[in-house]
Design a protein around this ligand. Structure first.
Ligand SMILES: [Fe+2]
Ligand SMILES: [Fe+2]
Length: 262
């Protein structure tokens, strides 16, 4: 059984830990770069809000599947976590702009249809796996890369705050996968390649929107992100899916073929 409470804090946190003052650090950043970094954090705030909506779907799906109460509770907490992440990103944008800023408009949801799912239960399971085991695991790879490339106390504090939750959100997916009965594993295995491709493509697209590299300020380059995502497929996703009894042969073939997403 995969533990879903490694940090023993499933009660959740209402607010983020305060960011460091960082006035000197902010003053030393070139104004053009500072504005661009602010734009990126402002945009990320919108993305975090959209993830909150995705977790509302995950929460409902787990409830309707009759999943373990601890998983349902964790998904409910994740909705609040993502709202807190949106607020944190907005605070980063405010600090970098040097003035208050309106929250970004809500992004349209990106709920996949999974039209070829066998039934509603399979579709629900795919929502949980796609959002938690895949998207949140990729989010951790992105954040770890961002964290490792910067010494900025402000960026590190913000990234660390996000990572603390995203790790739990990804564990939710892996814990759910461990509860899938053997009779359903063959069908879920057939979904691994399409789910991974869809998810990875979205991450590639969002990473390449950064025209410049701002690694030292906590925004990793598209190349570094691509490399980290590929590494996570090989070292976390494939062994992780195999560990919970899924057939990963097609995913391995796709990985060895260079992980094409088109
Ligand atoms: Fe988040
Ligand atoms: Fe998350």
């Amino acid at each position: 059984m995969i533990s879903v409470s490694p940090s023993g804090r499933w009660g959740g946190r209402v607010t983020s830990r305060p960011l460091p003052d960082a006035r000197d650090e902010l003053d030393a950043i070139d104004p053009v770069v500072r504005e661009r970094l602010a734009d990126i954090w402002w945009t990320q705030s919108a993305t975090e809000l959209r993830v909150a909506t995705s977790f509302a779907v995950v929460h409902r799906s787990l409830r309707e599947l009759g999943a373990e109460a601890s998983l349902v509770a964790l998904a409910e907490r994740a909705i609040d976590d993502e709202h807190r992440h949106a607020a944190l990103c907005l605070e980063m944008a405010t600090r970098l702009y040097g003035h208050d800023v309106e929250p970004p408009p809500l992004l349209p949801t990106r709920q996949p249809h999974h039209r070829e799912a066998l039934d509603e239960d399979e579709r629900r399971a795919l929502y949980v796996i796609g959002q938690c085991a895949l998207n949140e695991t990729f989010a951790n790879a992105y954040l770890s890369t961002a964290y490792g490339a910067t010494k900025s106390p402000l960026a590190r504090a913000a990234i660390n705050e996000l990572m603390r939750d995203e790790i739990d959100h990804s564990r939710l997916g892996w814990a759910f996968l461990a509860t899938i009965p053997a009779s359903k594993r063959a069908r879920i295995s057939d979904w691994l390649v399409p789910l991974t491709i869809t998810n990875l493509r979205e991450w590639h697209e969002s990473a390449t929107t950064h025209t410049y590299s701002y690694e030292s300020h906590g925004i990793p380059s598209a190349d570094a992100v691509r490399e980290a995502l590929g590494e996570v497929v090989r070292t976390v996703l494939i062994p992780g899916f195999a560990h919970v009894g899924l057939d990963v042969r097609a995913l391995e073939l796709w990985s060895r073929a260079g992980m094409p997403t088109r």
